[in-house]
Write a protein that binds this ligand. Structure first.
Ligand code: BEZ
Ligand code: FE
Length: 312
């Protein structure tokens, strides 16, 4: 009997059945979830390659892009997450994992500039430590989906400075912990703090992802926003933003983070006596925003993974 007569253990490669040929090789003992994930990825990857029919040069360019993306990553920069962000995949994963009851504050993307351990402040504190920007007061309540106040909720906020950079992007230029703080809701669920009106800014675009955006005719700008994480015992944690309504990038946010329900009203107040009472200069911006928390369904909340990432 020649080798060619032996019954093949696995099917040989054929263009038409390529994905099935690859998936047939997975071992019976492999983790079932991993098998499911890998077989779906192989199926769709092969379908994409069949539709694209890349030349060898094009395929090598794709490999080089992924290699460059990996080389751009370090302790501070995660270019693969940025890639996932600009392709809308981060928002899709976030949406799948944070389906909430009607009326609850929606989630949006966390972004790479969250840093745990921000200073805790009493309500009313000013988190702008560099004094740059248009003054703003943010106030509102943390409530549940029945409208009842949530006492003792933790409201963590972070934002860029008036030049469009987070403190961690400008170490030694901005004061440490500039424009970051953690507040606690009072008995009636209320919170308030002072800061500056956020402005739009570009996501890091000096790497392969920024170059790709340019090549496909997209800009790197994020619509102006404040980031929040709101947590309270017994409620689903909320990772979210609020957006200014007047930003030119609202409907073309580079990472698809804007949701209609997260666009706030920012009122310009030109009243010196009101400003003085708040310790601000007129004119200032006032934004009122309530966070509505959904009851916690599982033991693990949606921010617990952040703690694991931070711990690693
Ligand atoms: C941010 O909002 O901080 C952000 C989100 C995604 C990519 C880059 C920055
Ligand atoms: Fe941001």
């Amino acid at each position: 009997m020649t080798t060619g007569d032996q019954k093949a253990k696995y099917p040989y490669f054929e263009e038409d059945t390529s994905a099935e040929v690859v998936n047939a090789r997975m071992g019976a003992d492999a983790d079932p979830r991993l098998k499911e994930v890998m077989s779906i990825i192989v199926k769709h990857l092969h379908a994409a390659v069949k539709e694209i029919e890349p030349t060898n040069e094009e395929w090598l360019a794709a490999i080089k892009f992924l290699t460059d993306t990996g080389h751009m990553c370090n302790q501070w920069r995660q270019e693969f997450i940025l890639l996932s962000d600009v392709l809308g995949v981060s928002m899709l994963v976030d949406s799948i994992n944070n389906r909430r009851p009607n009326g609850a504050t929606p989630n949006t993307i966390l972004g790479p500039f969250y840093v745990s351990g921000a200073p805790r402040y009493d309500n009313g504190a000013n988190i702008c430590l560099d004094g740059k920007g248009e003054p703003m007061v943010a106030s509102g309540k943390v409530i549940d989906i029945n409208g009842m106040p949530v006492y003792g909720a933790q409201i963590e906020v972070w934002q860029t400075n008036d030049e469009g950079f987070y403190d961690v992007q400008q170490k030694g230029v901005q004061p440490d912990w500039n424009l970051r703080g953690v507040f606690t809701s009072a008995h009636d669920g209320s919170y308030w703090f002072r800061s500056v009106k956020p402005r739009h800014y570009p996501i890091p675009n000096d790497g392969p992802v920024g170059k790709l955006l340019g090549q496909i005719g997209r800009h790197p700008n994020r619509a102006a926003h404040l980031h929040f994480i709101v947590t309270a015992p017994g409620y689903e944690p909320v990772i979210t933003h609020i957006f200014t309504p007047d930003c030119e990038y609202l409907s073309e946010d580079a990472v698809f983070g804007v949701k209609q329900d997260l666009i706030a009203d920012f009122e310009k107040v030109d009243d010196e006596s009101k400003a003085q009472k708040l310790g601000l200069k007129a004119p200032y911006w006032s934004v009122k925003w309530d966070f509505t928390l959904a009851p916690r369904e599982s033991q693990e909340g949606s921010t617990d993974w952040i703690n694991r990432v931070v711990a690693n």
